[in-house]
Design a protein around this ligand. Structure first.
Ligand code: PTJ
Length: 253
């Protein structure tokens, strides 16, 4: 047994664990109620993907690791669902690629911002040397008229590569218009964010983040040329198409 009262051998273990974490996130004041709906949407896609990392997603995760290692100022964006599902895993990734984490919320309130920052500290951000940003909010993403426009000038404002997980919206397009390279994690290959990304990862964040970290650790000694070749060979449109074909084919073998 682990953090939920269900054995790991249970066929729905991962999905039950994910639901449990989101529910606990709502109870703790870090996840919005809308986050429950977003989770349900994600689960439906994951079910059709066979709840596994398909080959094209693994290649995207490797390209994401290379892009983060090449970045001058990488930032990992965290919302209420991400904080509930993979807090420790995001800190591990930030430490592996020397990135900052920035809390950025659609349903932004001071209470949730503080609760998420505290939750990330509880999961060892300081010990790992990872900075938590987003509370200053002294810059704006041009062209967005909602709360996700609020960013830290020395965080997402100054970043060259941004990891944007679990949001289907216009921020990814606005960040791309600012010239930033984006890595998006989203189980929906039709999501606007995934389609705006340089590297779209169509996978469950629970599997994706540890796998990007594993690739980053393995690639740590690689030269800039090798990393650039990995990024250069990756074609986002092919990754989106492979995921959509898998979902539509319904072949779960
Ligand atoms: O915490 P806040 O206030 O910033 O709000 C966050 C949510 C997620 C509620 C907000 O961004 C939202 O409403 O998002 P959407 O528009 O529902 O988009 C969420 C996307 O994430 C959908 O395309 C889902 O398919 C996808 N998704 C949900 N769960 C997962 C996921 N992708 C990967 N892994 C998951 N576990």
């Amino acid at each position: 047994m682990s953090e939920i009262d269900v054995p790991e051998s249970h066929p729905r273990y991962q999905s039950l664990l994910t639901r449990h974490r989101i529910e606990a996130g709502v109870e703790k004041g870090i996840t919005s109620k809308q986050g429950l709906i977003a989770e349900g949407r994600g689960e439906a896609f994951d079910y059709l993907l066979g709840e596994r990392t398909i080959d094209s997603a693994d290649r995207a995760e490797r390209a994401a690791a290379a892009l983060l290692l090449l970045a001058e100022r990488p930032v990992l964006s965290v919302n209420g669902n991400v904080a509930a599902l993979v807090p420790g895993e995001m800190i591990d990734l930030a430490a592996a690629v020397d990135a900052d984490i920035e809390v950025n919320l659609f349903n932004r309130t001071e209470e949730r911002m503080d609760a998420i920052a505290a939750h990330l500290r509880e999961h060892g951000a300081e010990e790992a040397g990872v900075q938590i940003k987003g509370l200053t909010a002294d810059a704006r993403i041009p062209g967005l008229d909602h709360e996700r426009a609020k960013v830290d000038a020395d965080g997402i404002g100054a970043a060259d590569v941004v990891l944007v997980p679990l949001e289907d919206g216009d921020r990814a397009e606005a960040l791309a218009a600012m010239g930033k390279s984006e890595i998006v994690i989203d189980l929906n290959p039709l999501s606007r964010s995934a389609r705006a990304a340089a590297v779209p990862i169509i996978d469950n964040i629970i599997r994706a983040v540890p796998n990007v970290t594993a690739h980053a650790r393995e690639l740590r000694g690689a030269s800039r040329e090798e990393l650039e070749a990995i990024v250069g060979e990756f074609v986002g449109a092919e990754a989106l198409e492979a995921a959509e074909t898998t979902i539509r084919s319904g072949d779960l073998d």
